[in-house]
Design a protein around this ligand. Structure first.
Ligand code: NI
Length: 240
């Protein structure tokens, strides 16, 4: 974990051209070579936390030094605060997936603000102040609701439909067949088969030189400045 963090920081510094002592440490004629692990990808997990499956996923991600992003349903947080603190302490990004997994596009302004606001308040209370990015359930927001947002919104570019397949082999195949650097992968940490699939996906892609980062890190590493109310599907695809 620490080693991967350090590598990520070093790479960021390289990209920004400010690695300390760099000009004296290497001959000027040598071009800067990015390490093989400059293929970044973001795993995202919706609908948790769920005590057994989320804890097992966190264990597996920690063993592999992989970071992920968790979009949480507010009403499932009570009693799972320790899992949220683990997410934060182990380098993951935590985001908002509404209070009750409501289809937000059919909510009134008041209902929308409550669905987002209650979860945001509980995240702040549990983890401290911060920007808790939004993934709306089903990926839907109206144009008007997007304008009300004070944080970036996140969709996805790879969807194995793990909630429908509920089959580890098929989940793994569905992700590996189309994944590319810069992708945001959508999965659900509430499903036991998904936990196994996600860890196998990490193993397979790490062997190909991929590094698993949070959505926020993925965008920052690509020079994308995330804006409130904009939907990010991958580093290359933006809506709104
Ligand atoms: Ni969901």
């Amino acid at each position: 974990m620490k080693r991967r963090r350090w590598a990520l920081c070093a790479l960021l510094a390289l990209l920004l051209g400010c690695l300390p002592g760099r000009e004296t440490a290497s001959p000027a004629a040598n071009p800067v070579e990015l390490p093989a692990e400059s293929r970044f990808v973001a795993l995202t997990f919706d609908d948790g936390p769920r005590r057994d499956t989320t804890a097992r996923l966190l264990d597996g991600l920690r063993e592999r030094g992989a970071s992920a992003t968790f979009f949480l349903v507010g009403q499932q947080i009570a009693g799972n605060e320790d899992l949220l603190r683990r997410m934060r302490d182990e380098g993951h990004q935590v985001g908002n997936h509404s209070w009750s997994h409501a289809d937000l596009k059919s909510e009134s302004d008041g209902g929308f603000q409550q669905e987002i606001g209650r979860t945001d308040a509980l995240l702040r209370e549990t983890l401290g102040e911060g920007d808790y990015w939004l993934r709306p359930p089903y990926g839907f927001l109206t144009a008007h609701q997007r304008q009300l947002l004070t944080v970036p919104a996140v969709k996805w570019s790879v969807d194995p439909e793990d909630w429908k397949l509920r089959n580890t082999e098929k989940d793994v195949a569905a992700v590996l067949q189309g994944v590319q650097p810069g992708d945001i992968i959508l999965m659900h940490d509430t499903i036991p088969a998904t936990v196994d699939a996600a860890l196998r996906i990490v193993d397979a892609l790490q062997a190909e030189g991929y590094t698993f980062v949070t959505v926020e890190e993925l965008l920052a590493l690509s020079g994308v400045e995330a804006q409130p109310g904009v939907f990010y599907c991958s580093v290359a695809a933006v809506e709104g």
